[in-house]
Design a protein around this ligand. Structure first.
Ligand code: HEC
Ligand code: HEC
Length: 204
């Protein structure tokens, strides 16, 4: 009888301990929910151009969904500082604090990328794949152009946007890349750029 009473008491202490743990974790759970809601609210204005969840549906706006957080943060910082400039995007970064930039970067990095409706030309895809092997693009961007840290994911990005960025790097209109992209793109012809963009926009 005695051992049974002890066992009941042990179970009681154990149950109380679990209840206490649950009660203690409630505020942090609701804090996490508040933070997620605040991030989504901050990102709402961005989605008017970059699409719902950062999945762009227009060629002039890049998708942000599934991009690396580090790269997104660095681009926002560069737009604000004027190292990268675009008449539609620069004003959007003007009033962001570093904290806002981290929150927005983490938010869009965590969104799931959705395939665009781009119809690739198979001949250009093959030519682009060869060119990308020749120039060793994936040495930095990783196989499948999935990106890492400060090097962007380009797989499945909007085709017209990829073309514009490669032209801008080649023509030194975009120079916030510490020389990485301006040097690899300097000898690309317009046809090379079309081929590369067909190949990369077609990757998932
Ligand atoms: C009025 C339209 C518009 C709005 C609103 C907008 N952007 Fe942009 N954004 C652009 C355009 C256009 C570009 C591409 C500029 C270029 O061609 O270089 C861009 C580029 C970017 C890039 C660089 C992406 C890459 O792959 O290099 C990031 C990051 C970004 N925007 C984040 C944001 C965030 C965060 C917000 C909300 C605070 C926002 N944008 C709101 C138009 C917009
Ligand atoms: C030495 C490393 C390196 C190599 C090689 C390289 N890239 Fe990049 N690429 C980068 C970095 C770093 C950035 C981001 C630059 C910045 O911060 O603005 C970038 C940016 C880009 C962008 C812009 C993405 C966006 O969202 O705006 C495209 C497109 C791109 N690279 C395509 C290519 C292609 C195609 C090749 C091969 C022809 C290539 N890269 C080779 C490092 C590299």
């Amino acid at each position: 009888m005695k051992t049974r009473a002890i066992r009941v008491r042990i179970w009681l202490v154990y149950a109380l301990w679990i209840i206490a743990c649950l009660l203690l974790s409630l505020p942090s759970l609701s804090r996490a929910a508040d933070a997620a809601a605040a991030a989504a609210a901050k990102a709402a204005i961005c989605t008017s151009c970059h699409g719902l969840g950062g999945n762009s549906t227009t060629g002039e706006y890049p998708s942000l969904a599934g991009q690396t957080s580090r790269y997104l943060y660095l681009q926002l910082r560069d737009f604000k500082a004027g190292r990268r400039s675009d008449p539609r995007m620069s004003p959007m970064a003007e009033n962001l604090t570093p904290d806002d930039m981290h929150v927005l970067a983490d938010y869009f990095a965590a969104q799931k990328p959705i395939a665009t409706d781009f119809k690739a030309d198979p001949i250009k895809v093959e030519a682009g794949r060869k060119k990308s092997e020749e120039i060793l693009c994936t040495m930095c961007h990783l196989g499948g152009f999935s990106g890492q840290n400060e090097i962007p994911r380009v797989a499945g990005q909007q085709y017209p946007y990829i073309v514009k960025q490669l032209q801008d790097f080649r023509d030194k209109k975009r120079t916030n890349d510490a020389g990485n992209m301006t040097s690899v793109s300097k000898n690309l012809t317009d046809a090379d750029i079309e081929n590369l963009a067909n190949y990369i926009a077609n990757l998932q």
